[in-house]
Ligand binder design. Structure first.
Ligand code: KG4
Ligand code: ZN
Length: 332
């Protein structure tokens, strides 16, 4: 039986989660999203200051919900990278202080491993081999996974330019929709025709890499040309369809190419309604089992970091030192 506290502060969400034997028992989340809205993107200094204010209240709230005290904890896990340097440092400082004060091992966790492990909280352990599509504001990656606590993660493909979530955020801005753009485009697209505009599907049939900056430029050109005749829901739906089409085709192809029968889709963009539906259809057609965590575990949270900490602690991995530092561009 292992009980692990997880702390996530890589971007604008202060996430705290407590996992007991692969099950989420307490969680709290605070966000500085509203404070970044007028800048159209996350301002690192504002995010870091907000984490400082929210961390201790979130930790207290998570313990309250879990109904346990720190004395029952086995380990502390924290995101060490990748992410915004100053934001990561606030979480690391807090996690080290807790680990030291409570005399518990500390585990630095890769943010992307956290996104993948989030799914295990909902659907149990991953099979011995699977493909993960990570689609967030900072990443669009296809990964070949073995045992999360032991085996190296193999990169199959990455975006060559914008991440999928970044494309959603930029297109939302072009369309005058609210920040963050993903949920706003998702909502606007519900009233639109996904076949209204034939936006480009970059790099289809050209390996496992992605490119979204040309699509974003195509949307900008369309908006400029349309002028007052712009139909925002149609543009949102057609843009979303292009992103979803490429993501799901390449993800299913990766499974087939590597003879893997399980696809797990994680990261903020995995909350997208259309992505979830199309992925389900295409996986069913290809005989691939699809796993996507519920939306609240897709976006950044502390539980996903605790989930990796649980795997590391239970698997006997050596803990990190208290000298652990933030690695803003941590490789996998
Ligand atoms: O994983 P996440 O919370 O943070 C990062 O690690 O980046 O992902 C945030 C990204 C943002 O770009 C946001 O616009 C996008 O996920 N997102 C969505 C949806 N919800 C969040 N994109 C499309 N549809 C959504 N429903
Ligand atoms: Zn993330």
């Amino acid at each position: 039986m292992a009980i692990v506290l997880g702390i996530e502060t890589s971007c604008d969400e202060t996430g705290v989660g407590i996992v007991a034997d692969g099950r989420l028992i307490g969680a709290a989340l605070a966000s500085s999203m509203d404070q970044h809205a007028r800048f159209g993107g996350v301002v690192p200094e504002i995010a870091a200051r907000a984490h400082l204010e929210s961390l201790v209240p979130c930790v207290r709230a998570a313990f309250r919900q879990a109904g346990i005290t720190p004395s029952e904890l086995d380990a502390v896990a924290v995101t060490s990278g990748p992410g915004l340097a100053t934001a990561l440092q606030t979480g690391l400082a807090a996690a080290k202080a807790y680990a030291l004060a409570w005399d518990r091992p500390l585990y630095g966790v890769h943010h992307l491993a956290g996104h993948v492990a989030a799914d295990t909280l909902e659907h149990g352990p991953l099979p011995s081999r699977s493909v993960a599509l990570i689609v967030s504001g900072g990443h669009t990656s296809l990964l070949l996974l073995g045992d999360l606590a032991r085996d190296p993660i193999v990169h199959l493909g990455d975006t060559r330019d914008d991440a999928a979530g970044e494309a959603f955020d930029k297109v939302a801005r072009i369309l005058g929709l609210a920040y963050p753009g993903g949920p706003a485009v998702d909502a606007a697209a519900r009233d639109g025709d996904p076949t209204a505009i034939g936006f480009p599907r970059a790099m289809l049939g050209a390996g496992h890499d992605f490119s979204f900056s040309g699509l974003k430029s195509a949307v900008a050109r369309h908006v400029e040309r349309a002028g007052p005749d712009l139909v925002v829901p149609d543009v949102a739906a057609s843009f979303q369809e292009a992103v979803v089409d490429v993501l799901t085709r390449k993800a299913v192809d990766s499974c087939l190419d590597h003879d893997v029968d399980t696809l797990v889709i994680v990261g903020g963009v995995a909350a997208n309604g259309r992505l979830r539906r199309v992925a389900a259809e295409r996986c069913a057609a290809a005989g691939v089992t699809l796993r996507i965590p519920p939306p609240h575990l897709c976006t950044d949270n502390g539980a996903m970091i605790a989930a990796v900490g649980d795997l590391l602690f239970t698997g006997g991995a050596p803990p990190s030192s208290l000298g652990l530092s933030a690695d803003p561009s941590a490789p996998l």
